[in-house]
Ligand binder design. Structure first.
Ligand code: DCP
Ligand code: MG
Length: 392
């Protein structure tokens, strides 16, 4: 992998913009009484999961993806509320449109996060630190929301910079200083290094990005995989030549797990299924998309694998509709074959921003199989008397 050519054209100027405590700040716009207080948004039932927490609640250790029950122990004084995802999607669109006033190249990466190519924009908006401040003020004035901006010569450096800008700030790192800026940081700060890779690297006594960058490729290939190792080590040196263009949107989101030993207890399988549904649901909502349906995958002890798919009654992004659908499929599959299960997975699919509402009364009827599946789902939820098809 070549080093960055410092004599090549002008260094790119990439902004990574990320709203602070997005769901919370949107709720605070609607209800100013929530300002300055610890607020937690997410599932509020006994098995709910935290979507996000205000910075006041984060001081107590509350964070995204934590069980709400744990959050309640850490920060009982916080205000707990369910989110309004429809509203967040609307605000997200407005946010992206504000960013588009500053550059033709704006690449949204999640509901509240985008990369912007600001290369060559100095004549229009001034030096990067100044244009970033103009942008932050615009977001604050038009939406009332605090934003943080990381500035770098690549998406990677800009994204890592944002973490240092948060909350409500700007942080710039230039290419000449990027490797030194990365070196002391924990490996987990590198986007793409999750808990598993973090643990694997810890076994090699690698805890910082500087150590990772200096490790011979052989041992790294063993723990990170032959293809991934070179890529990760390059990024640890803050080298990233990836173009800004949007990567093709994935049409599905999956989450699966392999049991330590094959399991046949229905309640145990249901518990895991619930977790997988919540995980897929959180990723779905974070992406700002809705799904049209879900599928489950079951692998038995003898490695035979089945998948079962069903369409939702209406496009959705809630844990409940995902779980209800996946659970219905599981029950049917287990009735057909009760053997111990080795692996279980959940996929939400048919993702889209405007995923159309499936309506049984639609003038323009959907494919019959979709109708049947939607009817099946409603029957399962409300009993078979709840719905019957017009022609029956
Ligand atoms: N989100 C979610 N589940 C997660 C992570 C995020 O539902 N596991 C939602 C809630 C967040 C929003 O996506 O408000 C944006 O995610 P961020 O990671 O940007 O988190 P925040 O904007 O809340 O906080 P910050 O960016 O200040 O760290
Ligand atoms: Mg955010």
């Amino acid at each position: 992998m070549p080093d960055v050519d410092r004599n090549s054209e002008q260094e790119r100027v990439i902004f990574h913009v990320d709203l602070d405590a997005f769901y919370v700040e949107v709720e605070r716009q609607a209800d100013p009484a929530l300002r300055g207080k610890p607020v937690v948004i997410g599932g509020i039932g006994p098995r709910g999961v935290v979507a996000t927490a205000s910075y006041e609640a984060r001081k107590f250790g509350v964070h995204s993806a934590m069980a709400t029950a744990v959050a309640r122990r850490l920060c009982p004084q916080a205000i707990y509320m369910r989110g309004n995802h429809e509203l967040y999607r609307e605000v997200s669109k407005k946010f992206m449109n504000i960013l588009r006033k500053y550059s033709p190249i704006v690449v949204p990466v999640s509901v509240d996060e985008a990369y912007i190519d600001m290369t060559g924009s100095e004549r229009l908006f001034g030096e990067p630190l100044d244009s970033a401040e103009i942008m932050r003020v615009a977001v604050r004035e038009k939406l009332g929301l605090p934003a943080s901006i990381g500035i770098g010569p690549s998406k990677l450096v800009a994204k890592v910079s944002t973490e240092h800008a948060k909350p409500d700030g700007i942080f710039q790192v230039r290419q000449v200083e990027a490797e030194a800026f990365f070196a002391p940081q924990p490996v987990r700060n590198l986007p793409g290094i999750g808990p598993k890779a973090g643990e694997a690297l810890a076994k090699l006594n690698i805890s910082t990005l500087g150590q990772l960058a200096a490790t011979p490729i052989g041992p790294l290939r063993r723990v990170l995989g032959p293809n991934h190792a070179d890529y990760v080590r390059c990024r640890a040196k803050a080298i990233d030549n990836a173009p800004l263009r949007e990567k093709p949107k994935s049409k599905s989101i999956s989450s699966e797990t392999t049991f330590a030993t094959d399991v046949s207890s229905r309640s145990e399988i249901e518990m895991v299924l619930k977790k997988l549904c919540e995980r897929a649901g959180a990723r779905l909502r974070k992406s700002g998309l809705r799904a049209r349906g879900a599928s489950i995958k079951l692998r038995y002890g003898d490695f035979t694998t089945i998948t079962r798919q069903r369409t939702f009654p209406a496009a959705g992004d809630g844990d409940q509709v995902i779980y209800d659908t996946a659970h219905g499929l599981l029950v049917t599959a287990m009735r057909q074959r009760g053997d111990p299960i080795r692996l279980i997975g959940v996929t939400v699919n048919g993702l889209g921003e405007q995923a159309a509402q499936l309506s049984l009364l639609d003038d323009n009827p959907m494919a019959d199989s979709d109708t049947s599946e939607a009817v099946d789902t409603i029957r399962e939820r409300y009993g078979s008397a709840a719905i019957s098809r017009g022609s029956v």
